[in-house]
Design a protein around this ligand. Sequence first.
Ligand code: NAD
Length: 484
Amino acid sequence: MTKIAVAKGDGIGPEIMDAVLHIFTAAKVPLEYEVVEMGKWVFDKGYSNGMTPEAKQTIETLGILFKGPMETPKGKGVKSVNVTARKTWNTYANNRVFQTLHGVDTVFSKAGIPIDITVVRENIEDTYGGVEHMLTHDVALSRRLITRPGSEQVIRYAFEMAKKKRARRITCGHKANIMKITDGLFLEVFYEVAKEYPALKADDVIVDDLCMKLVTRPDTFDVVVLTNLQGDIVSDLCAGLVGGLGFAPSANIGDHICIFEAVHGTAPDIAGKNIANPTALLLSGIAMLRHLGLMESAAIIENALLYTLEQGVHTGDFGNKAIPALNTTQFADAIISNFGKQPEQGAKPIIANLPRTQTHFKLEKNEMMETKDSAPELIGGVDFFIESNEQPIAIANKCMRHAGVKFKLINISNRGTQVWPTGSVYTNLVNLYNARFESLDDRPLNQQDVLGLYISLSGDFKICSSELLLKLGEKKVYSLAQGQ
Ligand code: NAD
């Protein structure tokens, strides 16, 4: 029998996890569970990453984690164990399914508009890298890393999933009109991968427009793939379209380890009352059963859940108020009593068990993901982020004294807006400027040249950070300042 790791979580986590495992046991799901220690109380015991070493070992051995929501202690400087788990085990694709559920009334279900959207959110990179620094007492910086191999992993997963789903359309949501380098890379990779799937209609929509279109015509979307933060926001929006967080399951898919959990959090306001809705966790569990090839168990439970919802049975957070709400345990029992029943709408076919997904891997070393680019990588200049409260012209005069024979000062910007050689006195300033230097004669520079300039410039300024200005072949791969 396959064994999986189970972490019950905090707040409503243990209540909804017990309800779901009760349903699994009643359905004779052929799984064994090993409960692992993760969550707020593990932070409280002094484990700074929110999990015990034994829990980490068990999850790496078993390959599947089924988890309840977990709380991140506030004000202790510790990172979310949910995000740590996703990142440590490289579960690069967060797959969230939002479907019309009969019995869960929404404005769309009442208008007869069916919804079946799968959001694939990149799960590792972006601002969720959490690489943040204060550069001056007034200025904070977050590094938003978008990588080619990371984008390729999640986008390829999204295309494969869309193919299996027989999707009508796959859409990339992005903000590449503003973030031309980072979101531009994600979009470029999307269309590169799209070439391998000519039968799938692939398009892109700018994320703000996507939000508007999702709330007006959700039925026109099928699979949507996005970077991490935009995917987080858009998927909660989609949860709202189908009845709220209580109906939003999620699967964190990696090549070796997968994590199944609900989208919602620990719901501290209702924890311990046995009134939480276990549907989102149950739907996540059903996705896990399918992932493990347990198709028959998945269909029996899913059909019973859909039938139960169709009958108007509900917990307190949704449904017809004229019908009394059931508590968590009663709701689970109602589903169990409906095993073998078929929902009127959208019954899931009972498919015989497929061979189970291979879950046991033993990696000897970290995998280096690197794509090959034939264009030579050259240093064309450097951006120095310097602290100063002087006017742009004074900074420019000092900077030019340090440029020497290899560099020329190209421009100075403040919060991304050019303020020298041209600019406007109406541009407000903060005490962090970007002084951009490029090669005087367009010849490639080396790191020693850059260090020489760094040392010279540091005589006049505190240099808070710097970035090399790269060229891939002849192409400059850095953004221009606004107004440059
Ligand atoms: P939340 O999702 O816990 O709650 C938002 C609202 O939705 C609350 O009113 C809550 O009662 C309701 N709700 C959520 N799930 C429900 C359910 N199953 N049944 C009925 N009602 C439900 O969001 P929050 O309050 O912002 O976060 C609380 C904690 O959860 C925070 O510590 C946060 O960090 C954590 N969190 C964890 C995860 C995770 O483990 N993956 C995800 C999100 C938030």
